[in-house]
Design a protein around this ligand. Structure first.
Ligand SMILES: [Zn+2]
Length: 183
C-alpha cells in the first residue's frame, strides 16, 4: 500500500457543484467526470489554486460539450429535420425516419426517397450544429429532388451557411484522407 496526500474541496462554478480532488500521486494529467449531477475534477496536488481554477473551467466546458453531443439522439435528428424542412423547404420533405449510422464509410448522409428514410454518418455527430444541419438539409432535399442538378441546389440556396458547411466537410475529408463526399 502506498499512501498519498489527497485533498477534496467543493466549489460552485457557473451553477455547477464541482468537487476538486487534488492528489499527490497524480503527476500531470487532469481528468473530470460527472457524478450524481456534480462535476468531479482530478488534479495533481502541485497545481496552484489559479491553475486549478482554470482547469476546472476547462474541464466543465469539455464535459458539458461532450454531454451535448451525446444528446444528439435519433429523436433529436428527426426534430431537427422537421424544423429544417419547415424553414427551408416549405415543409415539403417529410422523412419517415432519420437516424445515426456507424456503417457509412463513403457518405456523410444518405437517403431512400421511396421510404422517406434518412441516415446520417456518426462522423457528423461531433461536428458543429450548422454542419449537421447542412447534411440533414441535403438529404431532405433529395426526398424532393433525387439528383444534383440546378433544381436540387436551388432547394438548398436558402441555407445561409451552405458554402461554409460544404467547405468544412471537404476540409475534414481531406485532412482525414477520406474520400467522403456530400453527394
Ligand atoms: Zn446529394
Amino acid at each position: 500500500m502506498t499512501t498519498s496526500a489527497r485533498e477534496v474541496r467543493q466549489t460552485v462554478v457557473d451553477g455547477v457543484t464541482v468537487e476538486v480532488r487534488r492528489s499527490s500521486r497524480r503527476r500531470r494529467t487532469v481528468s473530470a467526470y460527472r457524478q450524481e449531477g456534480r462535476l468531479v475534477v482530478l488534479v495533481p496536488a502541485r497545481l496552484t489554486r489559479a491553475e486549478e481554477g482554470e482547469w476546472v473551467r476547462t474541464m466543465l466546458a469539455r464535459v458539458t460539450a461532450s454531454e451535448q453531443r451525446q444528446r444528439r439522439s435519433d429523436t433529436e435528428l428527426l426534430t431537427r429535420a422537421a424544423h429544417l424542412s419547415r424553414t427551408h423547404l416549405g415543409g415539403r420533405a417529410r422523412p419517415s425516419s432519420v437516424r445515426w449510422v456507424s456503417n457509412q464509410e463513403s457518405r456523410w448522409g444518405s437517403c431512400t426517397p421511396a421510404e422517406g428514410s434518412i441516415r446520417i454518418s456518426d462522423k457528423v455527430r461531433v461536428m458543429p450544429g450548422w454542419v449537421l444541419d447542412y447534411v440533414l438539409l441535403h438529404e431532405l432535399a433529395h426526398l424532393i429532388e433525387p439528383g444534383h442538378g440546378p433544381a436540387f441546389w436551388s432547394l438548398l440556396s436558402g441555407y445561409p451557411r451552405l458554402e461554409r458547411a460544404r467547405g468544412y466537410l471537404q476540409g475534414v475529408s481531406a485532412t482525414a484522407g477520406l474520400a467522403l463526399t456530400d453527394d
